[in-house]
Ligand binder design. Structure first.
Ligand SMILES: O=C(O)CCC(=O)C(=O)O
Length: 248
């Protein structure tokens, strides 16, 4: 799309190939999707170095407002293999909900089961396609193993009408996702999920880019200097992703 094209897409839904339709159906049914070749080896190397530097500078396990930390994260905003799937699921009117990263140190315990949204699940959906309410995209920069802590999910649980249990009890149908560095793991924010304990001697690093429909309120303000510049200089799609439309 040209730089002076409208920021609000003129068509809500893209045309989908058969392959993409199958991926959308899989995602809607099970609440997750693993995207192959979401990153090149060079991009993985760059993200590892950049996240290590960020972690050393901030000395914090969790980094909020990741895009403000370093320009080398900015390609993740609209990384084509992921955006193609995001738009296939959410439609063209899509924005970032948040961009964060987590560095899980050795000996970190299991996370508790959680959902990312505050609401119960509505089986009748809501108008204007507000389900999925949030889709997370995890770029796991270290190959996940049973030692360093896979992301654990309960496939299909995004449609459960009730909250996950406290703690991290075993679900019979839980799945340990052993993601590889070039993959991206898309998962519905309502899916029961948790990071497993890191019992390895190494850090386990992940960048989390979360998306939602652009008419929802994002979690991040996206008002820092780097993001403001990225929005001002960005394509219409990037402007929308970074919150160009303040209200409807
Ligand atoms: O680190 C993970 O595998 C999951 C991260 C997560 O669910 C969170 O940060 O809320």
């Amino acid at each position: 799309m040209s730089a002076n094209a409208p920021v609000v897409p003129t068509r809500l839904n893209p045309d989908l190939s058969i392959e993409l339709q199958l991926e959308v159906s899989y995602f809607l049914k099970w609440g997750y999707l693993v995207v192959e070749n979401a990153l090149t080896d060079e991009q993985v190397r760059t993200l590892r170095v950049t996240l290590d530097e960020t972690f050393t500078r901030l000395n914090s396990e969790f980094t909020h407002q990741l895009l403000e930390q370093d320009d080398r994260f900015s390609f993740l905003i609209d990384n084509p293999p992921v955006m193609e799937r995001m738009r296939a699921i959410l439609g063209n009117c899509v924005q970032l909900h948040s961009a964060t990263a987590r560095v899980t140190q050795p000996n970190q315990p299991d996370q508790n089961w959680h959902r990312d949204g505050p609401w119960p699940m509505d089986p009748d959906n809501t108008p204007y396609g507000s389900l999925p309410g949030q889709i997370n995209c995890g770029y796991f920069l270290d190959e996940l193993t049973m030692e360093n802590g896979p992301i654990v999910i309960v496939p299909g649980s995004h449609r459960a009408l009730f909250k996950p249990p406290e703690g991290h009890p075993v679900f019979p149908d839980q799945k340990f996702v052993l993601a590889k560095p070039r993959q991206a793991v898309l998962f519905d924010g309502w899916l029961y999920h948790r990071g497993a304990a890191n019992k390895s001697p190494n850090r386990r690093r992940v960048c989390l880019m979360c998306y939602q429909n652009a008419w929802m309120k994002s979690r991040e303000p996206f008002d820092g200097p780097r993001v403001t510049k990225l929005r001002e200089e960005g394509t219409p799609e990037r402007k929308l992703l970074l919150g160009e439309i303040p209200k409807w």
